[in-house]
Design a protein around this ligand. Sequence first.
Ligand code: UD1
Ligand code: UDP
Length: 364
Amino acid sequence: MGYKIMHIVGNRPQFIKLAPISRAVRKKGYEEVIIHTGQHYDENMSDIFFEELQIPKPKVNLNVGSGTHAQVTAKVISRLEEAVINEKPDGVLIYGDTNSTLAAAIVVRKLNIPLFHVEAGPRTYDTKNPEEQNRIVADHLANYLFAPDKISVENLTREGIASEQIIFSGDVMYDQFIYTSANQTDTKIGQYPDNFILMTWHRQENTCSKNRMEKMLSFIGKINYKIVFPIHPRTRKLLLKYNLWNEVIDNENLIIIAPVGYKEMTVLLSQCKLLISDSGGASKEASFAGKKCFFPLKLDVWPELIECGYINIVDIEDDNSVCRNIESIEEIIQSDKFLPQTDYFGNGNAAEIIVDTIEKAFRL
Ligand code: UD1
Ligand code: UDP
């Protein structure tokens, strides 16, 4: 029997997570319909991923745009309901931990349509963190929860979610990283110097005040190597707002570029010496590329990667932590050491496991 599967996405990392699942759904011959909330809307934050990763065009774009947490969440909730009712999907997939995820979870669950959460279960145990808030609600509303790593399974079990609802699928971001890395035939990237560092940061915690952004710039200013910086629009906007843009321009080590597509990003990850990032997705992808990530936020992101040395937490408020990490960055740049591969995030077949599980759930 043919089933109709709906995906609800709205942010850059969700388009990347959707790509391997969409391929697996189409392989099964099921009908799929993609709803784009419009939370991200710039060409290089949205369309480029659909084109490059050959994801079918969204059937509906809710065009919610930017706003406060409540504004974005409320707009998605009010605009999404009608689209879901009209499409009558057999099941709906939501991805990750953004406001679009939270809003979609509420709408779909209240319509009593089976809800599948991809990348369920990571916890930082920092309840002020907006992503943590979104993920907890989405996890507790979902009928089936696809955990990217074993720690996420443990977190969900500890929170009382029934074992039949939790599936250790592995990470769809790992699936896509392998797929894109193996299919890099025509990717054009800019010319960058040897031994460059890749950097991307945008988290609310690191952009919420002038003081915090100054601390970030002070940490970055202590690094004596070239840094390729595809800047997130939020970061650009807030550096301008706080009159810090000149400080960025004056740092001759910074090579500031517009956000890049995923293909270019995977090339940059494979060519860089190391990553500086507060991105949940990129901090994990660095390990896929065998690179260390310096994570400039006190947040227990991907605990297994912190434990095995792939992620170094940099407390940018603490001079000792900054000094230690600057030394560690210099050592890495000057050495040719690679970190061993890990298998925390599955075998690159998470999307197949997810779609097979959905099929079984429909047959119940
Ligand atoms: C959102 C998610 C965050 C995720 C990130 C991925 C929430 C609470 N946050 O953060 O979890 O890590 O996406 O990138 O859902 N902007 C543009 N063009 C765009 C998109 C955004 O200019 O296409 C600017 C706007 O000025 C906007 C700001 O970026 O106000 C922030 O956008 P928003 O979607 O609120 O949050 P992100 O920081 O992107
Ligand atoms: N990414 C990209 N281009 C960029 C920066 C990031 O394609 O210029 C990719 C990155 O490789 C990862 C995803 O976007 O797959 C991470 O998204 P983001 O950092 O916006 O969000 P987060 O993961 O923090 O939610």
